[in-house]
Design a protein around this ligand. Structure first.
Ligand code: SF4
Length: 492
């Protein structure tokens, strides 16, 4: 067995449910001016299920009252009962898929969050992560605020509630000015929807139309599923107000150079989504083609780690002329809610999620394409499985640069000390994973796949901090907790 750099390495290596991926935190949908708006929101959330599988919720407004349904679990299970949907009345609604990164995985953190403010009801759904949420929370608590959840999103409700501005919109804008980090919000008020994207545009947010109704959502696939047409992206730093008087737009922030998350292109967004005018699927194929040019290999077949490695593997195969084959078959029926095996079963190395296509790969030299290597635990398991099935050589090509830093902008990442590339150089990673050769796409190659000449070192156009450590914003909570730690150590 490979020697793990981590204390709990054995458990990580063998746990059959540990998919060792970055996880997107959330997906959001808002619909205005449509009969049964909540049903359209539920469909949109279903298309965004990949952005969060832990919980889902919808809040609607029927002109007099707000209605809410929030529950742990997948969208299909939460909104499949007619009585649930029938209770979510109204022509406007917002919804949220959650994968917990901030705040414990508990019902009280399931969004949209809702509060009755002096100016009326206010519901908010948030994709992203605030980097000063703890600092704001401490400030609000010192002034008497009582928090109901441990989610970073709740600070926005308290900031809106305590703003002295005259209107709800003014209060919301006032609150936004205190926030640092990543946020794409859709909010529901008695007047309509507010959609807002932080000045860097870390997380996506798009606008669509269906007849006279408007939709604001994380990805274009949520528009496709309800038959809406794509209008445009909400610009970084833009706030869009949608109500019975139409649509208006505000730019309330000091302008920043936008830096949307580059990992959305590599892994998070669905391949059938369009982002910044680019088809995610085509970008991933181009990443594979760049990888084939940068790190060619003599092999018999190109095999993706399904499903996320598939478009890059097609691009690699087309560029290299090596045949593309499904050498690994993925079960689509393994969910997070599947019965957890006891340790005795777990340690058998159960191959629940991926299985080798044994007759195809036996005796063959494989180029294995994966989207990323985080802790390396999945890579170890997959390479071991391919060798057991008879592959004569396994060459791993990774469709993202080495992941050396954690994300603080709404993606669930291990702490830095658990990231394989933060602990090992490429030769050690190759030995640890157990492959014949290993190569990652370069950071410039990744930008080339996005149609740019390379990474502009002084003014990069994307957030790529998990590969470079170049965080676009302050990380106030990290700085303050480090300062607290130093104070504690100094006092000892
Ligand atoms: Fe995306 Fe990585 Fe930046 Fe997080 S740190 S926003 S995952 S590029």
């Amino acid at each position: 067995m490979n020697e793990s750099p981590f204390e709990d390495g054995d458990r990580l290596l063998l746990h059959p449910f540990d998919d060792d991926r970055f996880h997107e935190e959330c997906g959001v949908v808002g619909v205005f001016g449509l009969d049964q708006a909540a049903a359209a929101v539920a469909l949109g959330l279903h298309a965004l299920q990949h952005r969060g599988q832990e919980a889902a919720g919808i809040v609607s407004f029927d002109g007099e009252e707000f209605h809410a349904h929030r529950a742990m679990g997948h969208v299909a299970g939460n909104f499949d009962r007619p009585e649930v949907m029938a209770a979510l009345t109204g022509r406007m609604a917002i919804g949220h898929n959650r994968y917990a990164t901030t705040g414990a995985s508990a019902m009280r953190n399931v969004q949209p969050l809702f509060a009755e403010l002096s100016s009326g009801g206010f519901a908010v759904a948030h994709n992203g992560n605030l980097t000063n949420a703890m600092a704001l929370r401490r400030r609000l608590i010192s002034r008497g605020a009582i928090f109901q959840s441990t989610s970073d999103t709740e600070v926005i409700i308290h900031l809106v509630a305590t703003s002295t501005q005259p209107t709800l919109l003014d209060r919301f804008i006032d609150a936004l000015k205190d926030l640092e980090g990543a946020y794409s919000f859709v909010c529901l008020t008695p007047e309509g929807l507010i959609a807002c994207r932080d000045p860097y545009g870390f997380r996506p947010l798009v606008l669509g139309r269906l007849g006279d109704s408007w939709i604001a959502t994380s990805e274009t696939v949520a528009l496709d599923v309800i038959g809406a047409s794509f209008v445009r992206e909400v610009e970084p730093g833009e706030l869009v107000v949608i109500g019975s008087n139409g649509v208006s737009t505000l730019m309330p922030f000091r302008p920043e150079r936008p830096r949307p998350c580059i990992f959305e292109q590599v892994y998070f967004s669905r391949p059938d989504s369009i982002s910044q005018g680019l088809s995610i699927y085509e970008v991933r194929k181009r990443i594979g083609a760049e990888l084939a040019s940068e790190a060619p290999v003599d092999a018999d077949m190109v095999v993706p780690v399904p499903d996320s490695g598939t478009p890059a593997a097609i691009g690699f195969a087309q560029q290299s002329g090596i045949p593309f084959e499904l050498g690994i078959i993925r079960s689509h029926y393994v969910g997070r809610t599947f019965i957890q095996p006891g340790d005795n079963i777990r340690h058998l190395g159960v191959k629940l999620k991926h299985n080798a296509n044994r007759p195809l790969i036996a005796g063959k030299r494989l180029v294995l394409i994966d989207d990323s290597v985080v802790r390396g635990t999945t890579s170890v398991k997959i390479v071991h499985m391919l060798r057991e099935a008879g592959a004569s050589e396994v060459h791993l090509r990774v469709a993202s640069p080495p992941t050396t830093h954690s994300c603080f902008y709404g993606v669930d990442t291990p702490v830095r000390s658990k990231l394989l590339a933060a602990n090992m150089d490429e030769a050690h990673m190759r030995d640890f994973i157990g492959v014949d050769s290993l190569a990652f796409i370069s950071i410039d190659g990744l930008y080339r796949a996005l149609g740019e000449p390379g990474r502009a070192a002084r003014s990069p156009t994307r957030c790529d901090a998990c590969f470079t450590g170049d965080y676009p914003t302050r990380l106030t909570d990290q700085e303050e907790s480090a300062a607290d730690l130093y104070t504690l150590i100094a006092a000892q």
